[in-house]
Design a protein around this ligand. Structure first.
Ligand SMILES: [Mg+2]
Length: 161
């Protein structure tokens, strides 16, 4: 069980990820969490840096999809603002949610990466589904109360960078 909680890679932020080497390894799709991965929790303010990161990913050859447990209407609007697609429903960490996401993006476990800030939703779920998982440090310390509980458990289990 513990192995499923360990990400394949971990970084301070999405900007530290070596996208080119991931592309060379055959990955083509990026499922990316929203809250505290690309935006502060519950924020809808998109920075120029974030736009640049998404543009870079697309130029390299990736398709980027927002994959969040937050409300589909909020995530849909953010995706529209970023000019990318969103997975219509969340459901992380459950396997059915990841399988549904892969089906939606027409991707598979060999060409899809999951990036997120939470071990118990993004990483655990991604690993169970066989995806390549990348953990980043949360952007802010403000978060959903349920997440705070998860953080406590994370600290008991895994040492973050
Ligand atoms: Mg998150």
């Amino acid at each position: 069980m513990f192995k499923a909680l360990i990400p394949n890679e971990s970084y301070n932020s999405i900007h530290d990820i070596d996208l080119i080497s991931l592309y060379k390894k055959g990955y083509r799709n990026i499922l990316i969490d929203v809250d505290n991965t690309i935006l502060p929790w519950n924020s809808n303010e998109i920075s120029a840096n974030l736009r640049k990161w998404i543009k870079q990913s697309e130029v390299i050859g990736f398709s980027v999809f927002l994959f969040s447990n937050s409300s589909p209407s909020r995530i849909g609007k953010l995706a529209q603002m970023l000019n990318i697609s969103a997975i219509p429903k969340g459901g992380k960490p459950f396997s059915f949610a990841f399988r549904r996401a892969l089906k939606y993006i027409r991707g598979n476990r060999n060409n899809t990466i999951m990036i997120g800030d939470q071990i118990f939703t993004d990483i655990w779920g991604g690993n169970l589904c066989g995806l390549y998982t990348i953990l980043v440090n949360p952007i802010s310390t403000r978060e959903f109360w349920g997440t705070k509980v998860n953080r406590f458990l994370e600290r008991l289990l895994v040492k973050r960078r």
